[in-house]
Design a protein around this ligand. Sequence first.
Ligand SMILES: [Zn+2]
Length: 319
Amino acid sequence: MITMKTMITKKGVVIHPEEITKTWEKAILGSDINILGIHPVGGEHSHEKVKALADNGFPNEKDLIIKNLVSKGVSIEYELHAMSLLLPRELFASQPRYFRMNEKGERTPDYNCCASNKDALEIISDSASDLALKLPYSSDIYNFWLDDVFDASCKCGECSRLTSSDQALVIYNAVLRGLKRVNKNAKQSYLAYCGASDPPANIEPEEGIFLEYAPFKRDFFKPLISGDNTLSAARARNAIAFFGGRGAKALDYWLDNSLYSGWKKPPLEFHINADIVMRDIEFYESLGFESVTSFACYLGEDYERLFGAPVLDGYIKKK
Ligand SMILES: [Zn+2]
């Protein structure tokens, strides 16, 4: 049997807020899971779900579950595509220069922003402060991400000197500055994902930025160390070489039944591949990641009604 080293000190599951159940509460409290990631679903409308959560909190029954988890030491970490909240699209009418220039040379409010516009970045900082204050039970770890598109960077003259990853880091630095105004211990992730998977080339992370690596383009049915995942493994190595291991978090897909169900309800029956999980965690640990998390969506009440409580041994280890 392979003995796990102790470098990975945090382990989590990332679920949709409406999927918080008593079953999850029990599974988390009886196990080595110490992070619950909250990831509102909704594609282009996910920011509306985030806003509703920020304004209203969790419904009572789910609120009690979260409260109990927090009291037992579980860290609540919001994992959000939040750009539409951080820089409201309505501003486009009066301030088109806050927004990105597309390949045709036109300003558009479709995704993200212009990373060279200081006023836009200031609004992003302010909005990050507001959001951090409103999200209930948040730990010091924040993951306010760019929009969920492969690559929607700004092509304006100033931004053209920056890679997509540079632009992402400029924005995450601005988010972090806002977070620190309301929480001096705040940490903000750099989400190495899709078009921002490679390390930035011209921008440095400010103190409090940590790496969050999400290998969405990996082969989910082969371990990262296999030849089929060379690029995803190399990106993990490069990312950690740039950002360092402090606070570094892998956000993988081992339990992501939304992905395995094709993001379509009803959910399909989920079967974990424990061998891949074990080998991937060893890989992340060998690189110096401190934290591993996995999406674990589509395993809520509707899943249980169809298939019973999900079997997640192989990732979740009972105490
Ligand atoms: Zn720009």
